[in-house]
Design a protein around this ligand. Sequence first.
Ligand code: HEM
Length: 514
Amino acid sequence: MLSAISRAEFLFLVKKYYDVLIVALLFSIGVAFFVSKLAWRKVTSSRGHIPGRLGLPFIGETISFLSAMNSTRGCYDFVRRRRIWYGKWFKTRIFGKIHVFVPSTEGAKMIFSNDFVKFNKGYVKSLADCIGDKSVFCVPHEDHQRIRRLLSDPFSMNSLSSYIEKFDKMLSQKLKKLEQGGKSFAVLDFSMRMTFDAMCCMLMSVTDEPLLRQLDKDCIAVSNGLISVPVMIPGTRYYKGIKARRRLLETFKDMIAKRRSGKEWPEPEDFLQSMLRRDSYPPNEKLQDSEIMDNLMTLLISGQISSSAAMMWSVKFLDENQQVQDKLREEQLSIARSKPQGASVTLEDVNNMSYCWKVVKETLRMSNVVLWYPRVALGDCIEIKKGWHVNIDATCIHNDPDLYPDPFKFNPSRFDEMQKPYSFVPFGSGPRTCMGINMGKTTMMVFLHRLTTDVNTKLIILIFISITGSQFHHLLPLLFCRWTVDDPDTGLEKNTHLPRLRSGCPITLTALNC
Ligand code: HEM
């Protein structure tokens, strides 16, 4: 079009109609402002204000929140109740801060896509004190990008591939022992230990059992202190978290010193080594020791707690939905049959587990191991004021019957259909999306593979099937490893920000059901 008129003609038109152009420009700006205002109004509430109760200054509804935290219904009960009283959008005041719960895909989109621009991560003092202010969770925007980029090594496809094989070997050995023992065990304890050991091996090549258990104990104490009252009183979660952090830092410092002096040199290179290799790199291409240590802690804790809770919920949901379990077992057995006896699961196998991935997605949708994602408004944004906390309520989005018909039914096949944007956000979205998304996903899939296929009697059954003929193939899923949940209690753990069964979901593995 521009080429159709000459420069001189263009200048002539601008000169002649400049007043019309200015009016058109101002009009467009006005329209854009009006449209964005309308969009945000639609996002917040049709009534133009956010309902809710702020209560007394500072205290607000803190006591109700703490009492929900301290109940076996879990802290989301606080949100659930207010949603019944005020509707989907509501505001409240907790520990002196105003919080708005954002329950819609439009709201999630608005916030996720404006991360660092209009919103920043919201976190409490105890979190920064326990995990460290150099953690990727807490650092400001400028450092966040660099740290995130430099932390990406363990999440490359190569690292993931070797992680899967190591994790699988570890897992199948431990499961076999448990199945032989025939005793009840809590899935949560088991999955916490498995994920922690696998992360320690990958990040720092630690395999020594006493050291692993000490690190594990300290990381759990740090994780328990993340959301606590930040006062150093002996016996409190905060106190224990800070003490555990100091012990962890000592151990990490010791490890770093040994590696720098050449006393330890892991082969193949692990995450810590890949960080130390950068010692002579320019500042923006390496992490300082304090950044390495805070982020080691961050990866160990975030890698352990969310994956292990999700693994526990998958066992619970599959136990309550035997048809889904059978369908999953069928898929997993066909993968197991296509491999030599005793071979490890590979990344390629995981990529072929399409139904298993749907089971994992449905588990994450229903369990909501991260209930909501906290952000702070960096400026006024219509009804939201600067400094207010906005919580993207993933739980509400995942339970929305308009997005997920019959939302409390465990139905992995609902993921046969494409999801609407921002309607499935168990790993967050945008620049702060979970860094371990593939690791978390594959950890769960390898776990489900072993749980549904692995038994010592596998070979005997295969021989039996091949002798008796292929017409019995459909019985195969019935013959493999099954489990029974030994405690039907649905109460949740108290005083935690993660929904986890207080029973830890005890199960007994049974090799044969015939
Ligand atoms: C099923 C397992 C997992 C779930 C459901 C999960 C979920 C999440 C969620 C919801 C966030 C926060 C997003 C936000 O605030 O917007 C997050 C952040 C993060 N996750 Fe995960 N996660 C899982 C596994 C892992 C694993 C295995 C690792 C690492 C080994 C990991 C490392 C991280 C890190 C480092 C962040 C902070 C990212 C940032 O702020 O830039 N996660 N995860």
